[in-house]
Design a protein. Structure first.
Length: 280
């Protein structure tokens, strides 16, 4: 009889643990995008070697853009076009970028060309673009082109006056926004602090999108941070956010239960009134 009660207690504990596990899976989503891919093969390769949930944004004019597109696709990373756009300052942008004053046809042609170089892209985000994303006319032309190419837009939020999100919604284009920059400062401690800020943002708001660059300290922080990601945070791809996929438990609920038969279900039995019996 003692063994019967020990088994009952054991299975009760397992059942309680299963219930606890089922209801403590990740509640926050963390998406990470690495910009400026296509210039430095060694650093780009380190990024592509990270988990497939890390998304990459490739600059079409970069010398290794096509190769990076192929390698990222082969390793199942989500790919964005990192489109150069005019900043407020006089910094020169790459050829084929978007500048104020372009016609609708010119914008459409530049988006098409970028997509031909990075054909596996599922979305676009802006490289610089503090002036471009604040311009209603240019953003209207851009969102029209993105709708035709079936691309979503990630606003890197390089300026607070951005109208990209507003125009995208008006044009029926799915839009997402950056929440945390990981490496405005390349100092290791600063990048670590920003990574923790992204985790806290995901906990508070449900989703955090962080943008970084293929730099040694950023890669080091991401490798360590992803390996030790808290249980309540789930690393997701940009495509997952674009499709608005729900967070799922890490494993089927039923597999959490003990499937070993109870002692009273194993012969030989000793008949006892009102009981199925207990092992001899």
């Amino acid at each position: 009889m003692a063994r019967f009660f020990q088994s009952a207690v054991k299975n009760t504990i397992i059942f309680s643990t299963a219930l606890f596990s089922a209801f403590t899976f990740a509640q926050g989503k963390l998406a990470i995008v690495i910009d400026d891919i296509g210039y430095h093969p060694k650093e780009d390769a380190e990024v592509l070697a990270m988990p497939k949930e890390i998304s990459v944004a490739i600059i079409p004019a970069a010398p290794y853009a096509k190769i990076c597109n192929q390698e990222a696709k082969a390793q199942n990373h989500d790919i964005l076009i990192h489109m150069p756009m005019q900043p407020v300052s006089n910094i020169k942008i790459e050829e084929g970028g978007l500048t104020l004053g372009l016609s609708e046809a010119q914008v459409n042609e530049r988006v098409k060309k970028a997509k031909s170089i990075v054909p596996n892209a599922i979305g676009m985000n802006n490289h610089m673009g503090s002036a471009a994303t604040a311009d209603t006319t240019l953003m209207t032309y851009l969102m029209t082109a993105l709708r035709e190419q079936h691309l979503f837009f990630l606003d890197s939020r390089t300026i607070g006056k951005s109208v990209a999100g507003k125009i995208a919604k008006e044009q029926g284009v799915r839009v997402l926004e950056r929440h945390v920059f990981l490496d405005d400062s390349d100092n290791l401690a600063d990048v670590q602090r920003q990574f923790q800020s992204a985790i806290q943002y995901a906990r508070k708001h449900g989703t955090a999108i962080a943008i970084g660059h293929p730099r040694p300290n950023t890669v080091a922080v991401l490798k360590a941070g992803i390996k030790n990601l808290p249980d309540d945070i789930q690393l997701v791809s940009m495509g997952s956010l674009w499709r608005n996929e729900k967070i799922l438990p890490p494993k089927p609920f039923i597999l959490l239960f003990n499937d070993i038969p109870a002692p009273t279900s194993v012969a030989p039995f000793e008949p006892i009134p009102l009981l199925r019996g207990v092992p001899r």
